[in-house]
Design a protein. Sequence first.
Length: 298
Amino acid sequence: MAISFQPLHHHLAAEVQGFDMREPIDAATALSFEHAIDQYAVLVFPLQHVDDVQQLVFTANFGPPDIGRKKAVKTAGSRVPPEMIDLSNLDENGYVIDVTSRRILSLLGTRLWHTDSSYQRPAAKFSMLRAVAVPSWGGETEFADCRAAYDALPECLGVEAEDRFAEHWVHHSRSTLGWDPTEEEIRGAMPPVRWPLVRVHAGSGRKTLYIGAHARRVIGLPLPAGRILLRDLQEHATQPEFVYRHRWRLGDLVLWDNRAVMHRGCRYDLSQVRDMRRTTVLDPASLNERDCADDLVT
């Protein structure tokens, strides 16, 4: 059966049909997925039931691995391979973590609209999230199409965002929830980085908003004005018409393009098991993007 892509939303997301992720793929198949991502930004691989190793093998087709916040925040133990991100509410022994623990407070940050690893250079390209266990209700993941959102920007907002840069910092998203980093975490943190508010997507050539919870200020604007601009852009980009919500089934794996979408997890009962495992690849091409350091250093 040939691989096909069934659209799930009028702006973004498609379900991949006729594909078994347990089998290795060749370069031509990987390239076909890259082209599909350029079009849909989110690909849903339903009911794959792969293991950690198989997910890592599939991920390796798309670029070098990225471990994100693991580089800045140390954890006591791990249930997953070092190249994988554990987004579960479980401890290293597989037990549900107390809702008052620091780990859960950090996990709540994934409920904010964000783009993976926007706080580093190079940034992330693709992320892949797999459902190992799902709660009885909630826990969906939402994706906002920042390309379609840019296309529909009111003129006044588009003019204000064009040619401006935002500063992204690894601890900013959690600190807005009251999860202040420890002194050790601050010392170990990656330095803030700057990205354009409007980027050009390398695969499609479309302009896209690059914002989210890791962005803490807009360069060249007073802090309050910059944060209002970031909020206005986010509120625009996350209107229902731009959002696809994925309702997880056991074994689902979703691949998305961090250059084109923001995403967030949805509320669920934290006393129930939700075991989600993410792999991410870097975008080496992002190293070539201007960060405004040469012409504006404030």
